[in-house]
Design a protein around this ligand. Structure first.
Ligand SMILES: Cc1ncc(COP(=O)(O)O)c(C=O)c1O
Length: 397
């Protein structure tokens, strides 16, 4: 048996492989440089150009781009009318922002457990938790896989709940041949550098509703309107504008918008490569009885943002922490997505307790995120698989 690097053996590779990385080419650099030489660094033509491009890509009627995915979730909740006394149902297996957006609005996040096979929110759990107080569901396409949109839309429609799809992981994913972005009442994206498409930072809210769209525009920029139709008073002159709501400054720059536009031209290429890597991982790990492979619903044609390795602790003499450390010693950078949101001290102080979502808590104990990004070579992928094999061989029960 090969000696593990953590025990003084030779690592599977000499250099560290990170778990995620952006891919920037000359066209991206040129697009950014062009904006820097132009008249507008913000509030310029790249904003509408990107919004049109996102609508064309997803089939949504309206897009509002913002400074990041968290801002997108916040104004989506505001547009949905989430407020004090309301409840917002979300998954615990997500980044904190998916629940924080409810807190920003004075509402209470309610956590629905996951489906143990797909790791996405379980619509049956959502149904059990929906009450008269439920204003919105924030459903997260975890790892890029679409949530069960048919079940969730039907449920939300019946109970008059606004469905916000947090698609921070899912740009490029299709649900039943429809691009993610036009199906839920509102869909949010993130353009953080580990995501499939990046602007450095950036986010978007997509919707088919003109009513939500008008609110999103207002909340993005201080609650100020320059649309005469919305004015409460008579115009006082050509400079006139009115603040008619309390909004934020969640605007994004033209510099970032130009980068996102240029990146979107590569979405298909990024998507194809990510799918190839996932296929290689899945094939290798399906052959290992010590590993559970994430299941996909047939409706989701997924552009995977994250690849989750789930170990079966009952088959191994090592837990997730030890496995993670052994991977790091082999020079394979991993991460963990996610600590169930309500297990964070901030949420515990709000009264959330361990045991709330047992399936999510079990998942958290057994997972780590493997490297997955466009520029990974087949050799990189093989190194990751080799490291997993090596560690399993050393700790197999
Ligand atoms: C599921 C999910 N929602 C929301 C966000 C927030 O996006 P951003 O980092 O762009 O604010 C993230 C970011 O990691 C995320 O993974």
């Amino acid at each position: 048996m090969e000696k593990l690097a953590i025990d003084g053996g030779v690592p599977v590779r000499e250099t560290k492989l990170s778990y995620g990385r952006q891919y920037i080419d000359d066209a991206d650099i040129q697009a950014v440089a062009d904006v820097l030489k132009s008249d507008f660094l913000t509030c310029g033509p790249k904003i509408t150009e990107l919004e049109h491009k996102l609508c064309k890509l997803t089939g949504a009627k309206y897009a509002t781009i913002v400074s990041n995915g968290t801002a997108a979730l916040h104004i989506a909740c505001m547009a949905a009318g989430v407020g004090s006394g309301d409840e917002v149902i979300t998954t615990p297996i997500t980044f904190a922002a998916s629940a924080n957006c409810a807190l920003y609005c004075g509402a209470k996040p309610v956590f629905a457990d996951i489906n143990e096979k797909t790791y996405n929110i379980d619509p049956k759990q959502v149904e059990k938790l929906a009450t008269d107080k439920t204003k919105a569901v924030v459903a997260v396409d975890f790892t890029g896989q679409a949530v069960e949109l048919d079940a969730l839309t039907a449920l939300c429609r019946e109970k008059k709940i606004v469905l916000i799809e947090d698609a921070a992981h899912a740009i490029g994913t299709r649900y039943k041949d429809r691009m993610i972005g036009s199906i839920a009442d509102m869909t949010t994206f993130s353009f953080h550098p580990v995501k499939t498409i990046t602007g450095g930072e950036g986010g978007a809210v997509l919707t088919n509703s003109e009513e939500y769209y008008k609110k999103l525009l207002l909340f993005r920029s201080h609650g100020i309107t320059k649309d005469e139709q919305d004015y409460k008073r008579n115009q006082e002159g050509p400079w006139y504008h009115e603040q008619i709501a309390l909004g934020m400054n969640y605007r994004i720059t033209d510099i970032q918008a130009a980068l996102i536009i240029s990146q979107l031209d590569k979405l298909e290429m990024f998507s194809k490569r990510r799918k190839e890597i996932v296929k290689q991982y899945d094939a290798a790990f399906r052959a290992m009885p010590e590993i559970t492979v994430q299941q996909e619903i047939p409706e989701s044609d997924t552009t995977r943002h994250l690849y989750i390795l789930r170990i079966k602790p009952e088959c191994l003499n090592i837990g997730r922490k030890g496995f993670f450390e052994a991977m790091a010693a082999e020079n394979i950078g991993c991460n963990v997505h996610y600590i169930p949101v309500y297990r964070h001290p901030y949420y515990e102080a709000l009264g959330y307790q361990k045991g709330l979502c047992p399936k999510a808590e079990k998942l958290y104990e057994e997972i780590m995120t493997l490297p997955l990004y466009y520029a990974m070579t087949d050799k990189d992928v093989a190194d990751v698989i080799k490291a997993v094999e090596k560690i399993i061989a050393a700790y197999r029960k």
